[in-house]
Write a protein that binds this ligand. Structure first.
Ligand SMILES: C[S@@+](CC[C@H](N)C(=O)[O-])C[C@H]1O[C@@H](n2cnc3c(N)ncnc32)[C@H](O)[C@@H]1O
Length: 269
């Protein structure tokens, strides 16, 4: 497959250059607005209204480039300012077609709140353009553990236990609560971006919404998680990132992935 490179630039400029209805799936993990207060990219707006207006513009462009059978996944934020994302969802769902609201269960809590429960999930709003979308439920089945399979096999209402076992071994359909642990500071996957998403989470979103060879767009590529996940799953990708420092992180991650894949191919040959 031809090697793809990230687009270094502003999201609105880069999206304007893409043709309409050209991408199958969009993974958008935008700045949250004043959550990561030390990151210049998260404090670009003076008011929440300015931030919401900016989001309206880039989401509008994303929906223009999304195919009719495609899905657009938009990450929200976590913690105290979650209500910002609720306003955004309400604004977006008045203009675009709602498809789903996924809960990303990060498995552990984040930033202790003294006045409420410790936040543990992030929301992912899913939008679509048409009624008949590509969605592969089988690609994101979740395995039952061996003990659960044994328990189910004790149910004597089933006569053909081999067929029953084969059915159980395929795993169950995933719910819209995706439990994938967030990346700890010491995680091997971590590569220097403050809001890097776990590969396993992004792989699930790509696997359910695309086939091999389809194009995935990430308008806020960050550390390149979507690019790495897409290449590992043999999808094509387009990724936009404004920060030159993150562009070099993305290039390093992709170079490592491509070296590993080449070595793997050589071993198999
Ligand atoms: C939440 S992070 C994305 C993290 C990414 N999902 C990952 O796993 O690494 C948002 C990214 O948007 C980038 N960004 C902020 N404003 C931008 C703009 N106007 N155009 C393009 N990228 C922008 C930031 O530099 C930051 O890397």
């Amino acid at each position: 497959m031809k090697q793809i490179t990230p687009t270094h630039g502003d999201v609105l400029d880069a999206l304007a250059r893409l043709p309409g209805a050209s991408v199958q799936s969009i993974i958008a993990d935008p700045p949250y607005f004043n959550v990561l207060e030390d990151e210049h990219w998260d404090t670009q707006w003076r008011t929440v209204e300015e931030y919401l207006a900016w989001c309206g513009r880039w989401v509008g462009e994303c929906m223009r480039v999304l195919r009719d059978d495609g899905l657009c996944f938009i990450f929200g934020q976590l913690g105290k300012r979650e209500h910002g994302f609720i306003h955004l969802m309400s604004q977006l769902c008045r203009k675009h077609q709602f498809h789903d609201l996924i809960i990303w269960d990060r498995a552990v809590g984040y930033n202790e709140r003294r006045d409420s429960f410790t936040p543990q999930y992030e929301m992912i709003l899913v939008l679509r353009n048409g009624d008949d979308v590509k969605f592969n439920k089988h690609a994101v089945r979740e395995p039952y553990d061996a003990k659960t399979i044994e328990q189910y096999l004790k149910d004597n209402r089933y006569k053909d236990m081999d067929a029953r076992r084969a059915h159980l071994e395929k795993g169950k359909f995933a719910t819209n609560i995706l439990r994938v642990p967030s990346l700890k500071g010491a995680s091997k996957e971590k590569c220097g971006h403050p809001s890097q998403k776990p590969l396993r989470l992004i792989e699930k979103l790509i696997a359910c919404s695309t086939d091999e060879g389809d194009i995935v767009l990430d308008p806020f590529l960050g550390s390149g998680t979507t690019a790495v996940a897409a290449e590992s799953l043999h999808r094509r990708w387009i990724g936009i990132e404004k920060d030159a420092g993150y562009i070099s992180i993305i290039e390093t991650r992709l170079a490592e992935l491509r070296t590993r894949s080449t070595q793997h191919e050589l071993v198999l040959a």
